[in-house]
Write a protein that binds this ligand. Sequence first.
Ligand code: ZN
Length: 309
Amino acid sequence: MRAVGQNDKKWPFGGVRIGLAVLALASIASGCGAGGGDGAQVEPAGGQQPLKAPPARALDAYATRLRAAHTARVAAAKRWGLKKVPLTAPPPPARKPRITTRDGFEVDGHRRLELPPVFTTVPTDEKILFLTIDDGAEKDPAFLRMMSELKIPYSAFLSDYLVKEDYGYFKEMQDRDVALHNHTLHHPYLPALSYARQKREICGMQKVIEKRYGERPVLFRPPYGNYDKATLRAAKACGITHVPLWNEEVFVDHWEYREWDRDLHPGDIVLTHFRGREDWEGTMPDMVRRFMDKVTAEGYAVARLEDYL
Ligand SMILES: [Zn+2]
């Protein structure tokens, strides 16, 4: 099966190509079964068991499933108005990358105190990006359907003052395999607060997410990306292991970049917000279209952040 894995990596559009590779394998297998005849079959030496080809029927079923999945993706991309079918991310890495704090983003004693790393990109050579969505104001059911049908992974960073308007919406998000993370109770500018108040904002949100959704987050993003040493100490005390920021931000009508090259890079974390027509000129699906059309056109797939941390 190694060949299939490689194909998957090389051709993120994989469905069809893997399907063809498997079909080819299947027909070789049945060709051998029918007796070969052209001398291609090698006799095993010295009493070894002949190599057994996998059952052709199982491969056939697998290929059919892959083809069906790809057909569904093509249809979903068309239905949601994407210019191209999203690329498929490679499988999660066998070994997670070592995440360190981005240069210039450290606080005093960051390493010595073993404070959670603050980073904007995940180290990887793969052409993948991570989509993170903040706050929780807009609660659009069409967005949940769109992301499920397109199979685009993302991570939510939630603030209770918005989420509490409808905890059920984010429960449904979680049921669709989206991880819910901490973005404080009330979305304050944290560096203006004492350690104790920062801790209440962060640990308080840990409790809300644990109570409502059964899991205590390990990822935390400070509002506006602003933090100080007390923030990271408080986050650590509340059980946070990573503080992902972002390298690009996507809006319904434009992109913004942290880097001077105004470009996407492998492993970049992209920020956006749960916003609707009240906040910007469009819907969540409009924003996703703008995001995906650029990402796919530039040869990137969207991967699941939690798989890399
Ligand atoms: Zn926010």
